[in-house]
Design a protein around this ligand. Structure first.
Ligand SMILES: Cc1ncc(COP(=O)(O)O)c(C=O)c1O
Length: 371
């Protein structure tokens, strides 16, 4: 079983959706297929009924949408960097010729409101702030409501948020948290094969984007978001993944992916129950760690609900991961500078609590073997 922090296990029903016969991408069938995505995406981004934000899908990995997001804002960017994927925001912004100021955060921690406020005030005015809501490399979760409280003091700044390992794993309040562009790949908590990404853009982001010159072509956010809205994608979409995404969003909304105890919940309640399942899986993982003297890299109040990144102490992480794989469970080693010092479990998507128990049992056995 695949417990790395994405890609993650994909249900057979969703793989079967990918095997459907092809349709023309300018056909009514395709219009109907794109149409099926919006209700579920609006739940996933937590949009209010009257929100004027736009949801869309685009055929690329999440990194593509990070680049697209930056193409729609002005030149001056504050990059909050506390992990590998936050660093990627900075690298993309630099590659696009933006003027980038970095606000460094210790890996495993999240940005403090006062530090963010100070950086915005002292080095601004900025056109945008980039941050990662759920840093897959460290397992730290940035509370977006805290960020929003600061950003209301800086109305000209667009908030671009990587929700890659967070969307469909935990609640997002796009409108209240004043997000301008949120994005995710489908291979994480949406539990689909990789290759497709989704986003949500505020009306003021779209206005900003339309006024930017040289937005490129394939990753021009105006082009693919307006294409999605018109049900006429600017290029041929990954139709197989569209089928799988439509089915997954509908299944989540209908509550069919929920454990027995939550069956019957539908709509927003079903999405909430999915988030609660992730939180319970996180708690079970943390409790397992405690019994073995292992703790998360992040303090509990900053810990991700979908990715647990544990300090390995003296454990040989490479050997631990390899032995677990032989027992049928694949978890992640630490990422980048944290390799060998941490290990990561992606308890996200359609993984169940019952399966998590068997992973935790196998992890205990391997620890015993290595002791
Ligand atoms: C938080 C985060 N952002 C961005 C990415 C990049 O996503 P992709 O590989 O789909 O481009 C990842 C991938 O693991 C991620 O975890």
């Amino acid at each position: 079983m695949l417990w790395i922090p994405g890609p993650t296990e994909v249900r057979p029903e969703l793989l079967a959706e990918c095997a459907r016969p092809m349709i023309g991408h300018r056909s009514q069938d395709c219009i109907d297929l794109i149409e099926r995505l919006d209700p579920g995406l609006r739940f996933a981004f937590g949009l209010k009924e009257d929100s004027d934000a736009l949801v869309a899908a685009h055929t690329c990995s999440a990194t593509g949408l990070m680049e697209a997001a930056l193409r729609g804002v002005g030149p001056k960017v504050l990059a909050v960097v506390g992990g590998a994927f936050a660093k990627r925001w900075r690298e993309i912004a630099v590659s696009l010729g933006k003027q980038v100021v970095v606000l460094d955060v210790e890996w495993g921690r999240v940005v403090a409101a006062d530090d963010l406020r100070r950086a915005l005030a002292e080095h601004g005015p900025f056109d945008a702030v980039t941050l990662v809501s759920n840093e897959t490399s460290t397992g730290a979760r940035t509370p977006l409501d805290r960020v929003a409280e600061v950003l209301v003091e800086f109305p000209g700044v667009h908030l671009l948020v990587d929700l890659v390992s967070y969307l469909a794993g935990a609640p997002i309040d796009f409108d209240t948290n004043r997000i301008d562009f949120g994005l995710a790949g489908v291979q994480k908590a949406l539990a689909l094969p990789p290759g497709l990404s989704v986003c949500c853009a505020s009306a003021r982001y779209m206005e900003s984007a339309r006024s930017q010159h040289n937005r490129g072509f394939y990753l021009d956010p105006v082009s693919f978001i307006e294409g999605h809205v018109k049900r006429a994608t600017p290029s041929t979409p990954a139709l197989s993944l569209y089928y799988a995404l439509a089915r997954q969003l509908e299944d989540i909304t209908a509550g069919t992916t929920l454990p027995e105890r939550d069956r019957g919940a539908t709509g927003a309640a079903a999405w909430e129950a999915r988030y609660a399942k992730h939180q319970r899986m996180q708690s079970a993982t943390v409790a397992w760690g405690k019994t073995h003297g292992l703790e998360l890299l992040s303090p509990p109040e900053e810990a991700s609900p979908t990715v647990s990144c544990m300090r390995a102490g003296g454990l040989d992480v490479g050997e631990f991961v390899a032995r677990l794989k032989r027992k049928g469970h694949e978890i992640g080693n630490g990422y980048g500078p944290l390799k060998g010092k941490t290990f990561r479990i992606g308890h996200m998507g359609d993984h169940t609590e019952v399966c998590l128990e068997s992973l935790l049992r196998a992890m205990s056995e391997v620890l015993l073997e290595l002791s």
